[in-house]
Design a protein around this ligand. Structure first.
Ligand code: ATP
Length: 238
């Protein structure tokens, strides 16, 4: 597979006096899909927030395509192509679908590029085109998740971080979203997926890291992790 796009070295992070990430090192190569797994509170969301600059590091280093990100505020990281779709979805219920997408595309100054971004996400999610004038708050849960992903994609990120993709969604909707993840990946986007639904998320991922109490406890290819007795026992109920 290709060269490293994201490199995390010996990262530590805390909330006040409470340290929640300990010496985390991992890499994501260009064009990979990497799953971050682990129980509630293991530190996965905190890691994503550190990547986007929403949480400070207390130690270690993050680099994107060889560039050290420390000192870069969140919006500059978006400019570099690093975009988070947060667990709470981050959409504005009182705005239309289209205006939510405009918010997602605020960094795109070139009109043609923005139009191409709209065409791309409306192609991926035709239901959003149909409902573009509807208020985001009136969409179903699955459509809101689609909007949230589309809002993240409209600026054509290089690395998309998806937190809790399947949370609160019906299994059939999750399957549809996983299919869309494959299409997004095929168009050249590298992805990090965080989800409680271990089996489903590993079914579309190349590799994964398992977090326990703020540390990486296990890493491997998706197949290795699915076969590993520790993953099976802890997450797959076997
Ligand atoms: P979840 O799936 O529940 O989001 P997670 O693996 O993403 O779990 P985090 O949300 O990163 O875990 O939480 C890691 C630890 O940090 C937990 O002990 C959590 O209680 C704590 N924590 C998270 N956010 C804050 C905060 N804003 N202030 C203080 N502690 C926090």
């Amino acid at each position: 597979m290709d060269r490293p796009l994201l490199q995390i070295d010996h990262l530590n992070a805390s909330y006040g006096d409470l340290q929640v990430l300990w010496d985390v090192s991992l890499e994501v190569r260009e064009n990979e899909i990497v799953a971050l797994l682990g129980a509630n509170g293991a530190g996965k969301s905190t890691l994503l927030r550190c990547l986007t600059g929403l949480n400070p590091l207390t130690g270690g280093r993050i680099s994107l395509d060889g560039e050290d990100l420390s000192g870069l505020p969140p919006y500059r990281r978006v400019n570099r192509g690093l975009v988070l779709v947060p667990e709470e979805r981050g959409i504005f219920p009182e705005l239309s679908v289209e205006n939510n997408l405009r918010v997602g595309g605020y960094i795109v100054t070139d009109k043609e590029e923005l139009r191409a971004g709209f065409d791309w996400v409306y192609g991926l999610f035709p239901v959003l085109r149909e409902r573009r004038r509807q208020l985001a708050g009136s969409l179903s849960g699955g459509e809101q998740q689609m909007l949230s992903i589309a809002k993240g994609l409209i600026s054509r990120p290089r690395l998309l971080l998806l937190d809790e993709l399947s949370l609160g969604l019906a299994p059939v909707v999750v399957l549809k979203l996983l299919d869309l993840i494959k299409q997004i990946h095929e168009s050249g986007v590298t992805l990090i997926l965080v989800d409680q639904n271990v089996e489903k998320i590993l079914s579309v991922s190349h590799r994964g890291y398992v977090f326990e109490n703020g540390r990486i406890a296990l890493e491997g290819s998706a197949q290795e992790l699915l076969r590993d007795p520790r993953t099976k026992k802890a997450y797959l109920g076997r």
